[in-house]
Design a protein around this ligand. Structure first.
Ligand code: NAD
Ligand code: DAU
Length: 332
């Protein structure tokens, strides 16, 4: 039994991880989350009080961070500003949380000697051509495109420096696009599902040729547990489930699964600097740590996600109007 500190545990992937840990281990969890617009306590409601403790606060608050590190065996660091479109509109919170917040946690890990796992993204590697036979590996050079991905790249480099310079016991993972329950309606898949549920036509940026490499959030969680249990300190592991699909095909699949005509969507203004394609080669994680994804059927995983949003309107509905108002101000 470990005591885990999970930053950003009220967000999409962090809350899925907290559920996964409670269901699959004996570990205790403390969640540290600022509850920004993206955090929602309801995402971790109903979990046993004797195993999950919630602390509301900022990862950039050094005194608070020092307090919550006390008695913790390992930290899993999910907290971030996570949305590319927001980073194009107002980059500052991305610097504060993704860079200064990560720095603050690393300094605490250094003082307390705490094992640290840093959650990052495949976006640090930039993008690939549609016909490139190569996929991202742990040795692909960093080449981030957006304010979001550049701050994530910066945070990864801080972790590497704190390992080498100060001996912090850290690992890093870079994962591809997640889908599943508890994802904010600003993101592509939940936005389109909830649009259809609200009678709004789905919105595709540009021509929709951009490819993302989809993985279920629960598979991301099992991979992170494998790294915590068996990963080698100082190493980076790429997490992916061979789920490449272009955005047009994803929208068409959502519409078909929801009983609508597959062409019942709008093309809207493209994202500035829009990365064309992400694709992960997760051979290292699979061969060295023996990890395998459980969700191999994207259509089935997407159908289950649609059912989750259908059944949880009370969870997503409060954020929907403001999200759509923001997008409409951008022509998206
Ligand atoms: P999210 O936006 O859904 O959740 C982020 C959480 O962090 C929220 O609960 C928010 O309240 C909290 N938070 C933000 N700033 C904070 C601060 N200063 N102090 C404390 N808490 C704060 O994000 P997500 O999609 O769940 O992403 C989680 C992590 O996974 C991020 O580090 C992201 O870069 C990474 N990641 C995401 C994906 C994806 O597909 N969504 C893929 C790979 C990696
Ligand atoms: O690759 C991992 C990354 O995946 C994470 O690091 C990020 O935190 C996460 O947000 C996600 O980034 P993307 O920018 O790929 O995700 P998003 O859901 O914003 O968009 C997915 C694709 O869909 C992208 O090509 C843009 C497009 N899109 C998005 C929205 C919101 C649309 O076509 N229409 C939309 O309405």
């Amino acid at each position: 039994m470990r005591r885990l500190l999970v930053t950003g545990g009220a967000g999409f992937i962090g809350s899925n991880f907290v559920h996964h840990v409670i269901e699959n281990t004996d570990d205790q969890v403390t969640v540290l989350d600022k509850l920004t617009y993206a955090g929602n306590r309801a995402s971790i409601a109903g979990l046993p009080d004797d195993r999950v403790t919630f602390v509301k606060g900022d990862i950039a608050d050094a005194d608070l961070v020092d307090d919550v590190f006390g008695g913790v065996d390992a930290v899993v660091h999910y907290a971030a500003e996570s949305h590319n479109d927001n980073s194009l509109n107002d980059p500052r919170p991305f610097l504060d949380t993704n860079i200064i917040g990560t720095y603050t946690l690393l300094e605490a890990a250094r003082r307390h000697g705490t094992r640290f796992h840093h959650i990052s993204t495949d976006e640090v590697y930039g993008d690939l051509e549609l016909d490139d036979p190569e996929r991202f590996t742990e040795s692909t050079p960093y080449n981030p495109s957006s304010p979001y991905s550049s701050t994530k790249a910066g945070s990864d480099l801080l972790v590497r420096a704190w390992v080498r310079s100060f001996g912090v016991q850290a690992t890093i993972s870079n994962c591809s696009n997640n889908y599943g329950p508890y994802q904010h309606v600003e993101k592509f898949i939940p936005r389109q599902i909830t649009n259809v549920l609200r009678g709004i036509r789905p919105k595709l940026y540009g021509a929709g040729e951009n490819v993302r490499d989809w993985i279920h959030a629960d598979d991301h969680s099992s991979a992170v547990l494998s790294i915590l249990d068996h990963g080698v300190v100082g190493q980076t592991y790429l997490i992916g489930a061979d789920g490449e699909m272009n955005n047009k095909n994803v929208v068409e699949l959502i519409l078909s699964l929801m009983g609508r005509r597959a062409d019942d969507y709008d093309h809207v203004t493209d994202r500035t600097g829009h990365d064309l394609r992400y694709a992960i080669d997760s051979t290292k994680l699979r061969t060295e740590l023996g990890w395998q994804p459980a969700y191999s059927d994207f259509t089935a995983g997407l159908a289950a996600t649609i059912e989750w949003y259908r059944a949880h309107e009370g969870w997503w509905s409060p954020a929907k109007d403001a999200t759509e108002a923001f997008y409409s101000s951008l022509g998206q």
